[in-house]
Design a protein around this ligand. Structure first.
Ligand SMILES: *Cc1c(COP(=O)(O)O)cnc(C)c1O
Length: 368
């Protein structure tokens, strides 16, 4: 992480301090209420929880510091993504989406945007670099992609998309605002599933949208209030707690992932290996330029499905689950969902376990 990332992480840990009065709790309370004392509607403040809640305010204050941009909390990554898309799309306009990114984003566009008259176009992340965005109203980027870790040059794509008059949305889930800063690179909106590393403990779904364009963020906030896609105060409290250790967890996760990837290089159990921090990786140079860390995801390709499944079920330190970014190392053979990756491809999400025991468990499970 860079100095300014660390500065933001440190400020986030003290964000409540200046608002505390004598006797206030240091830990953020969970405010479970639907309505607020409202003798008059003129005085401002909270009035109804579909429009605002003090526990979201706290998590939004943290996210606003991390993103260095106004941020709105959502009950899941998909709630944030659909809100950002609904704020930007225009009937008859064209939306460019990755064909190899998060699956549900694609299905959402096909199921709900296409019937509204939106021209939905899918493009592989690798093809964004040479794409013609003329006539597009939204260019939606996911980088590095989940699960294959292909990268898109955000600044380059944003410049060309803006020249064509399109808005740019970036899904930053795989990196978080501490490792990649799409808004600084020209994105209009950033969306993320805080279900993953930001919450970090695998016990809550959450998401956010951040952006510096006031009119656009007002539309996102209007969408949340009118569609009713609001997070629960309890979930917001869990994410508030998770975010306090994000920098610490990410540091360990990225260090572990870097070392494990180095040790996996050339391993005879694998036919291919992807980690953006390896100098041999085809996107390594872009990763160096665009991100301030290489993340915690490793792509391991086994010769076939059986070998991949055997590795996953043998390793005592890999949770077999379809999520990532948590404290526990987890892994999944992605082709079981129909992702366009080799049958033996495993997405490994490296956790915070001490490296020695974790590597020993992985190494033993790799022996045929
Ligand atoms: C998990 C994920 C999402 C969706 O998040 P949910 O909280 O499950 O709705 C969106 N984009 C990416 C890249 C993801 O990994």
């Amino acid at each position: 992480m860079r100095e300014d990332d660390l500065q933001r992480a440190a400020m986030m840990l003290h964000h409540r301090k200046e608002h505390l009065a004598q006797g206030d709790p240091i830990a953020k309370p969970i405010v479970m209420t639907s309505a607020y004392h409202l003798p008059t509607v003129q005085a401002g403040g909270h009035f109804y929880t579909r429009a605002g809640n003090p526990t979201w305010d706290a998590v939004e204050a943290q996210l606003t510091l991390l993103e260095d941009a106004p941020s709105l909390a959502f009950p899941s990554g998909m709630a944030a993504i659909s809100a950002a898309l609904m704020a930007c799309v225009q009937g008859g306009g064209r939306v460019v989406l990755p064909s190899d990114g998060y699956y549900v984003t694609r299905v959402f566009a096909e199921t709900f945007l296409r019937p509204l008259g939106v021209d939905v176009q899918f493009l592989a992340a690798r093809d964004y670099a040479a794409a013609d965005f003329a006539g597009a109203s939204v260019v939606y980027v996911e980088t590095p992609t989940n699960p294959f870790l292909d990268m898109v040059d955000i600044a380059g794509v944003a410049a060309r998309a803006h020249a064509a008059g399109a808005k740019v949305i970036v899904d930053n889930t795989t990196m978080t605002p501490l490792l990649q800063r799409p808004l600084d690179l020209g994105a209009d909106l950033v969306v993320a599933a805080d279900t993953k590393a930001p919450a970090g403990h695998g016990d809550v779904l959450f998401g956010h949208v951040a952006g510096r364009n006031g009119a656009l963020m007002t539309r996102v906030s209007d969408w949340r209030r009118m569609s009713g896609a609001i997070p629960s105060p309890f979930d917001a409290w869990l994410v508030h707690r998770g975010l306090e250790t994000l920098e610490l967890r990410l540091t360990r996760m990225c260090e572990n992932a870097g070392e494990i990837a180095r040790r996996l290089q050339g391993h005879k159990a694998l036919t291919a290996l992807r980690y953006l921090g390896l100098p041999e990786d085809r996107d390594h140079d872009l990763a160096r330029r665009q991100m301030s860390g290489f993340g915690f995801l490793i792509g391991m390709t086994f010769a076939d499905e059986g070998r991949a499944e055997r590795f996953l079920s043998r390793c005592p330190m890999i949770e077999q689950a379809t999520s990532f970014g948590g404290v526990h190392t987890s892994g999944e053979r992605r082709a079981r969902w129909g992702d366009g990756v080799p049958l033996g491809f495993v997405r490994l999400s490296v956790g915070i376990e001490p490296l020695g025991p974790l590597w020993a468990a992985i190494e033993t499970a790799l022996i045929e």
